[in-house]
Write a protein that binds this ligand. Sequence first.
Ligand code: ADP
Ligand code: TPP
Ligand code: MG
Length: 291
Amino acid sequence: MTTEFDLIARLRSLATHPAARGLNDDAAVLSIGGQELVVTHDMMVEGMHWLTGQDMADVAWKLVAVNLSDLAAKGAQPIGLVLGQMMGADDDRFLEGLAEALTAFEVPLLGGDTVGATTGPRALGLTALGKATHSPVPSRSGAQPGDGVFLVGTVGGAMMGYEALRDGTGGETAAYLRPQPLLAEGQALAPFVSAMMDVSDGLLLDASRIAYASTVTIDLDPSAVPLGAPESRRDDALRWGDDYALLLTARPGAKLPDFAWPIGKVLPRGKHALLLDGNPPADGKPLGYQH
Ligand SMILES: Nc1ncnc2c1ncn2[C@@H]1O[C@H](COP(=O)(O)OP(=O)(O)O)[C@@H](O)[C@H]1O
Ligand SMILES: Cc1ncc(C[n+]2csc(CCOP(=O)(O)OP(=O)(O)O)c2C)c(N)n1
Ligand SMILES: [Mg+2]
């Protein structure tokens, strides 16, 4: 079967419009009437993105939050959502969670499409539209040797929440069930960054994506990464994903807000796109989550 990586590589030859940013970014950026429209779409599938039996109010919240996180990473202000919904037994709870998210993030639902569920897992899609607050809109491709690498937020919290839910331990689940898109932080950072993305698929994999898109090497200090998990789970927390922190690079001396935490440096592109304390990551262990 084709992997996500291979399929996106093949889609790239079809997505040649400059707004598609070579399918190397969190969102498309369309210039319209002197303004920039930021467009993203993320899907969630039962069993893959949420556990069967979970409260659908949390699923609706997360569907909104993960899409707004892509807007946050581009410093964009949300202007509307378009929902692709597959109906199911607990649509009332889905609507309640959706209403909560629309209120919390002050974003209007503009439309969508509804289909009847057949057998098999449910899938949900959401398109988020945003307005850039800073031009140029931060990309994944602007990191330069000499830049610092920074994280806003923590990693590992969603992994801990997922495990608590799966194992019924009663542990903290909010980071997994109700992630918070860092919209205000992304907008505050946009003028100062050389590259920015959200870390949905795991910090190490997403850092390597900035490295590839920018043709640089990123050298991370794993011990400096702020965790939402116990220290004993640090290595897993760097790879699991679903955390929706912001990963960014900035020129030396850039006046970053103090919530941006230094976790590494950008080097000229060497043999490896990603280094951990100067060494290539161990072979055979995935850097992050890939479909
Ligand atoms: N089925 C698809 N059709 C067109 N573009 C896609 C498809 N799947 C992914 N992409 C694009 O590939 C790039 C990487 O996607 P992805 O890794 O899902 O980004 P993100 O983690 O920000 O959601 C993005 O530019 C996205 O728009
Ligand atoms: C039930 C369940 N199993 C496993 C995971 C782990 N997981 C699934 S998708 C994902 C990464 C993010 O999903 P993706 O569809 O790649 O989002 P995108 O990068 O497109 O924003 C992770 C960590 C999960 N969140 N829930
Ligand atoms: Mg995506």
